[in-house]
Design a binder for this molecule. Structure first.
Ligand SMILES: [Zn+2]
Length: 299
C-alpha cells in the first residue's frame, strides 16, 4: 500500500504546512532565494516527502527547529545536507535530551508500526541515527532575523513550553509559526514548561500587528484570536492546581482530581493513548512547581 499523501496545505502564496500528520505541523516558506523549512516530520516517510515538497520550490537554505521535543526534530535526520540548521542556544543544549523523562528516540519509534510502517526501512539503529543527526549550525541567544531572498524570517525567542522555544514570524506573508506555544483545538502538553513565561510568550505573539495566519505546533491553522483560547487553557490548569495546593491536596490527590480530558479537545493525531500521560504529568508537574520552596507567590 503506498504511503498516504502529505495533504500539504497552502496557507499563503509562499507558505505551506501540513496539519494532518502524527507529530508537529512541519512547514516551509518559499523565497526568491530558496526555501526556509520550519520543523520536520517525525515519521520517516513523511520527512522524506516533506523535504521533496520543499525542494520542488528551490534548494533549502535554512531549517529552523522551534523546540527540542522529538516531534519537531526527529525528522532532521532525513534533512541531512539541506542547508543550515537554526536552533536557539537553549534548544541546542537539550537537543534529543538524553535526560528527558520520555526517551526521545524510543518515543519516536513508538509511532512507526502504527503510523508509518514503511518508515521502518528508512530508520537506522540508534547509534547511527545519533551520529548523523543534523543539529544547530546557526545557534543564537535572544532573537534572530534572517533575510532570505525577498523574505524576512524573524526567529522570536518565546520560551515557556520549552526553554529554547521559537516562533517564526514572516511579515511579508502575514504568518507566524508559533510551534507549541499554541496547541490548536487539542490537548496542551505543559510538563516541561514554565507557564508564566509561556503566558508572556503568548502576549508577544498577540502583539504582532501584521499577522493573519497562525500556524500552530499542533492542530489546524488559526488566527491571532486563538491566543486568547490558549491563554485560557494555561490559566485554567494553573488556577486549578494552585487551588489544589491551597487546599493542601497531595500530589496524588491533585493528579486524581485535576483533569481536563473532556474540556480542551482530543490529543493530537495518533496519540489518543497519551491522554492519561498528559493529564497526570500536567497536573503533577504544576503541583511540583507550585509547591517547590522558593517558588514566589504570584508566579
Ligand atoms: Zn509538539
Amino acid at each position: 500500500m503506498p504511503a498516504a499523501p502529505l495533504e500539504l496545505e497552502q496557507v499563503t502564496p509562499n507558505v505551506f504546512t501540513t496539519t494532518k500528520l502524527r507529530g508537529c505541523n512541519p512547514s516551509f516558506v518559499v523565497t526568491s532565494d530558496g526555501v526556509v523549512c520550519i520543523d520536520t516530520p517525525q515519521l520517516p516517510t513523511k520527512a522524506v516527502a516533506m523535504r521533496e515538497a520543499a525542494e520542488s520550490h528551490g534548494s533549502i537554505r535554512y531549517l529552523i527547529n522551534t523546540e527540542n521535543h522529538v516531534d519537531h526534530i526527529f525528522g532532521n535526520y532525513w534533512y541531512r545536507g539541506a542547508g543550515e540548521i537554526v536552533n536557539h542556544q537553549a534548544l541546542w543544549d537539550i537537543f534529543m535530551d538524553p535526560k528527558a523523562a520520555l526517551d526521545p528516540f524510543a518515543y519516536a519509534l513508538e509511532a512507526i508500526p502504527t503510523d508509518d510502517p514503511e518508515g521502518e526501512a528508512l530508520l537506522p539503529d540508534r547509534d547511527a541515527y545519533y551520529a548523523d543527526l543534523p543539529r544547530g549550525t546557526v545557534v543564537f541567544t535572544g532573537d534572530l532575523t534572517l533575510h532570505v531572498g525577498d523574505h524576512t524570517i524573524r526567529c522570536l525567542w518565546t520560551p515557556g513550553h520549552t526553554p529554547g522555544q521559537l516562533a517564526v514570524h514572516v511579515p511579508e506573508e502575514r504568518v507566524v509559526f508559533t510551534g507549541d506555544t499554541i496547541f490548536s483545538n487539542c490537548q496542551t502538553w505543559l510538563m516541561t514548561s514554565n507557564v508564566d513565561q509561556w503566558l508572556e510568550a503568548l502576549e508577544r505573539i498577540r502583539a504582532l500587528d501584521d499577522v493573519d495566519y497562525v500556524v500552530p505546533g499542533h492542530g489546524p491553522v488559526v488566527d491571532l484570536k486563538y491566543v486568547e483560547t490558549q491563554r485560557a487553557v494555561l490559566m485554567t490548569w494553573k488556577a486549578a492546581v494552585a487551588d489544589a495546593v491551597a487546599r493542601g491536596w497531595s500530589r496524588e490527590d491533585t493528579i486524581a482530581q485535576v483533569r481536563f480530558d473532556n474540556k480542551f479537545g482530543p490529543v493530537d493525531i495518533g496519540q489518543a493513548y497519551m491522554m492519561d500521560h498528559i493529564q497526570n504529568n500536567n497536573a503533577g508537574s504544576l503541583w511540583d512547581k507550585l509547591t517547590a520552596t522558593g517558588y514566589s507567590k504570584g508566579r
